[in-house]
Design a protein around this ligand. Sequence first.
Ligand code: AGP
Length: 607
Amino acid sequence: MCGIVAYIGSKQALPILIGGLRRLEYRGYDSAGLAVFENGQPCLVKAVGKIDNLSEKLKNQSFDSTFGIAHTRWATHGGVTEPNTHPHTDCTGNIVLAHNGIIENYRELKESLGSNHRYTSETDSEVLAHLIEKEYTGDLRQAVLSALGQVRGTYGLAIMHKDHPGTLVCARMGSPLVIGLGENEYFVASDATPMLAYTKNVIFLEDGEVAEIKRTDMHIVNLKDQQVAKKVSKIEWDEASAQKQGFAHFMLKEIFDQPTVLQDAIRGRFKLADGTAHLGGLNMSEPEMREIKRIVLIACGTASYAAMAGKYMFERLAGIPVEVDVASEFRYRDPIIDNQTLVFGISQSGETADTLAALKEAKRKGAFVRGIVNVVGSTIARETDGGTYIHAGPELAVASTKAFTNMTAILLLYALQFGRLNKLSVATGQRLLAALTEIPEKMKLILQQSDKIKELAEKYKNARDFLFLGRGVNFPVALEGSLKLKEISYIHSEAVPGGEMKHGPIALLSPEFPVFAIMTKNQLYDKMRSNIEEVKARKAPIILIATEGDLGAADLAQDVIYVPPTMELLEPLLNTLPLQLFAYHMAVALGRDVDRPRNLAKSVTVE
Ligand code: AGP
């Protein structure tokens, strides 16, 4: 939910901290602050709003410090104010702390600290600084360990102390922290992006680990202060791939990334000759796979719509019953889970608190629990007993796009892998895989229509409402298109299955209430056509997604976006793209902050 950056070494800390915050702004951008060690003590600068505001404040100040911590905030406790901006300090100002997460028992801790502590913010995080102050008797790491032993909740922490100008202490529980290893210098951040320009050798802190970092060495302990051995990983992403590469927004770059990253998702993961997929990360033997009687797909938001598409794929190809659950509901509904249930947690960030908690519940109840995530080394990736990285590369826009299509492709491969263990024929498997390998080129044909869709957005930008319609595997696509539009353009929109419209939503329709419908050539085409006739009879403007060559579509709608044909189960990989582009161009036409829409954050690491 928030972003943390820290540096200790021989370079000037300030540019590294500010540059790092900019790369983490997608994690939250209500306010930002930093602390550097200057003239023997911590010096703090904070600003409400985007990183630019903080940068502006720093313009007339110069710091030679080679050690500092920084934070960009997405408010969870306490409003968006400068006092609530991190880093926070204790009463003495000697302890400075940046925190990502939620201290669930901060009220009790505040009580236990008594009335002689003076607070300057409304945040839970500041209480932690005072708790460390109470525990501090000269050894910073010991004070942090003692304090954390009293804490319930989640944290990613970076802490400095006036008496320890060469020591940075970091800790993680539930909120990610990555340590970058340089030459006599260390970088710490909520993900690897801020350090890629300096080092690709990283260590992922695990839950319950505390790192004490000095310029020339570092050691990592658990909460019992026992040394922990860690392996160094090498990040494959380069700095450039995390930048916009010439596109106006990260979201547009990531929409156009899809043909490439879809190939990354499927490469080496199927065997055309056998007509099957091979996702080794599943970490299950074939007999274990055959024993699976039910599959549960758990996710939030866009990932939950990929899961819904996956349901159609698994049930059609593998004949296995599939339930899709939004994570925040699953964990509280006493789910029926046993050791013949396979639960997938699907998440771009791999840090979504609701999804993580739901997976822990499924694991506790004895299910096979696997992850389908994008961010390497993320918490869900490490909490599950296997799974598959979707290889979509950094997705920095708050609105998820390429992660959706890659998640869907991985779910298709899993459905194929299970299907070929059951009754699915080689021939069908080969047809599916052949069609899948054609998708990237077909995606490019759709992306070439971006300017045409931009014109469409100009035409509809003053609409106050939108209804999205889809049937079968295209209903999750309609849901995703609706979410994209509402979350970045702020236009109210909703999605219903085509056949459901006549049971109520049709009352909404009027010439002022446009409808975006998916009417591609598949087994439900005729049914969908009738639904659109119903819409037309109410004189609502209609935009259609139709299959190339379907000239009848033009009789039904003022505007038609044609997409190449493909097998029905693969249609989400194509039909979603026009909806992503439409939402993007609508948001741009309305002057919205496309990559950082209001009230949202890229990774929701609080429940
Ligand atoms: C997607 O556009 C949204 N920003 C949001 O629904 C997101 O998909 C959801 O929060 C789940 O995130 P995750 O995939 O990182 O778990």
